[in-house]
Design a binder for this molecule. Sequence first.
Ligand code: FAD
Length: 299
Amino acid sequence: MEMRNLVGTEVVVMMRPTSVILADFDYSAPKSLEEALREKKERKDAHIIAGGTDLIPKMRGQVVKPVYLIDISGIKELEYIEERDGQVRIGAGTKISRIIESKIKIDVLQEACKKLGNPLTRNKATIGGNLCNASPAADTATPLMVLGAELVLKSLDGERTVPVEKFFVGPGKTVLRDDEILTEIRIPLPGKGAKEKFVKVGLRKADAISVVNCAVLLKVQNRVIKDAKIALGSVAPTPILAKEAQKTLIGNRLSEELIEKCAQIAAKESKPISDVRGSARYRELLVEGCVKKALRELM
Ligand SMILES: Cc1cc2nc3c(=O)[nH]c(=O)nc-3n(C[C@H](O)[C@H](O)[C@H](O)COP(=O)(O)OP(=O)(O)OC[C@H]3O[C@@H](n4cnc5c(N)ncnc54)[C@H](O)[C@@H]3O)c2cc1C
């Protein structure tokens, strides 16, 4: 008895929550989107699972306790990257590794994908899962925000498109309805004169969640900035656009003084919290550093 108590105490103290055995759940693996949408309408309590690289650790840690899982990883019609009507279209079930390897170039997104997790994770993880998980640190969110991407949300009743920056409403929360599935990401082609950069700081050089990440897109004509987008990750309840910092750039030529000013404004626009990965103040300083680095590299 004493022994069992001792072991039990050690288990509680030593074991990380991720080693808890998964609770029971029902499971289905539809082979078509139509079938998945039908199930999602019938079972509003169902959770979608794609690569499972976010969901399974959460289930192990009992952060979420799904009673029914709809596994969309076998739905081939959700896995593609194609160029059509002036847009790059990516199926929500497309793996991060496939985006990296794509011959269709979307530089800032591909840079971010290369820095997401490790090769094993990237081979399972999907772009749709990264967005629907709605972490403020999601690495694909900021590139898609500067690119002006739209997300296609489908239900049996129809579809709607939502700009990516309006998709997130809080940590882990999106505008997805119970009966909807994210099916496609539509990215307008940035066009000539567009330059993009993604900068990420983690606690390690590889396989680390962003303490801060930042994506920048500039459209330049005769060395004058015609349009600017700066998105920041892990510095607010959702990824954000640094709108005031963007404004300082438009109509100007990139100079060291302008970069300093823009980076300081971006830091003021961020609303970070302190957590296990860094204090709020550290994050503010990182925003300044990341924006400077991105703009200097683009200069
Ligand atoms: C070791 C490791 C390292 C990681 N490193 C990083 C990192 O550096 N950067 C980073 O951003 N993330 C990282 N992650 C998190 C994770 O890998 C990514 O967020 C990944 O893209 C999630 O995709 P998934 O297909 O595995 O999602 P899943 O875990 O299957 O799903 C995630 C959530 O999205 C929902 N969902 C998935 N697809 C859809 C859809 N099409 N429609 C509606 N809802 C959907 C699910 O219900 C669930 O709530 C890491 C994870 C691990 C395990």
